[in-house]
Design a protein around this ligand. Structure first.
Ligand code: MG
Ligand code: MG
Length: 289
């Protein structure tokens, strides 16, 4: 049976007839959290969701150039996702603060000092030297793929290029640390150490997360942490790792659209993300084309 390996009291309360089984599973681990272990078949569906998501992002990436609007990029991603019989996950996603303001698009397109959740618009046209972070999620047969990249538009400054590259490399540092026998704190620490050793800051308000049938499952996966702490990693756990690094201060604010998150000091930031599955060997990246 594939279900929560570690379960919270709230999950237990909801579990009904499953309660005794879940309690037995819970007793085996002191970590009080609802991390859902996926079966091989479920991971196969996540791999397909991830592949479709990667194809959508690849199509967006190829369209990035000066003069293109972020609304056009959004349309490209949506077309790829729907043509593969998948559904956008971000579209209509509830706003955490304002329930009347669900997310209106398939991708988030965040420019320069914007970190995440930038809303695509016909009026936002890419310029030479911008940096653009695109995040996207899709559901295929009930499972989610979630990934993101940052790219320069045309020629960008050396400092922007380095920030983008180091943030991407940090994602792979985190993925390499996600192995059976290690703990989530090892993954978080690998990302943080990579950021700080290159002189970057890590945002504290946003984190990676478990992913599966829902885009956001337990646990939260901070981009900072202490080795040897937090949840022990098990094969079949699936995570979205997503380093978000900033050139300046890690402080952010949310713009008046109640979605777009940007740096307070207006300095550049970058964001990379993959959905991965923990296996008995190296973690498998599920969001590959
Ligand atoms: Mg994402
Ligand atoms: Mg994510």
């Amino acid at each position: 049976m594939d279900f929560a390996f570690m379960v919270s009291r709230s999950i237990l309360a909801k579990a009904g007839t499953m309660r005794d089984t879940l309690l037995a599973a819970w007793a085996g681990d002191q970590d009080e959290m609802a991390i859902i272990i996926k079966s091989r078949d479920e991971i196969a569906l996540m791999r397909e969701a991830g592949r479709i998501n990667a194809l959508a992002l690849e199509a967006v990436r190829q369209a990035v150039r000066p003069g293109v609007s972020t609304a056009e990029l959004n349309a490209i991603a949506e077309e790829v996702i729907r043509s593969h019989h998948a559904l956008p996950v971000f579209l209509h996603y509830p706003n955490p603060t304002y329930t009347s303001n669900p997310y209106p698009a398939t991708i988030t397109a965040s420019l320069n000092d914007e970190l995440v959740h930038g809303i695509p618009s016909k009026r936002r046209v890419l310029k030479e030297g911008d940096i653009l972070s695109v995040d996207c999620g899709c559901t295929f047969k009930g499972f989610v793929g979630d990934s993101a990249f940052t790219v320069g538009v045309g020629v960008v400054s050396p400092e922007a290029e380095r920030l983008i590259r180091i943030t991407e490399e940090a994602l792979y540092q985190g993925i390499a640390a996600a192995r059976v026998g290690r703990r989530m704190g090892d993954v978080s620490h690998a990302i943080q150490a990579y950021a700080e050793s290159h002189g970057y800051n890590v945002v504290r308000e946003y984190t990676g997360h478990g992913v599966g049938r829902d885009m956001h499952e337990d646990p939260l996966i901070p981009n900072w942490g202490t080795p040897g702490t937090e949840v022990a990693l098990r094969a079949g756990m699936t995570f979205a790792l997503e380093p978000m690094f900033m050139l300046g201060s890690p402080k952010v604010y949310t713009k008046r659209d109640h979605w777009t998150v940007a740096t307070k000091d207006h300095k550049l930031c970058a964001h990379w993300e993959h959905t991965i599955a923990v296996t008995d060997g190296e973690a498998e990246i599920l969001t590959l084309p």
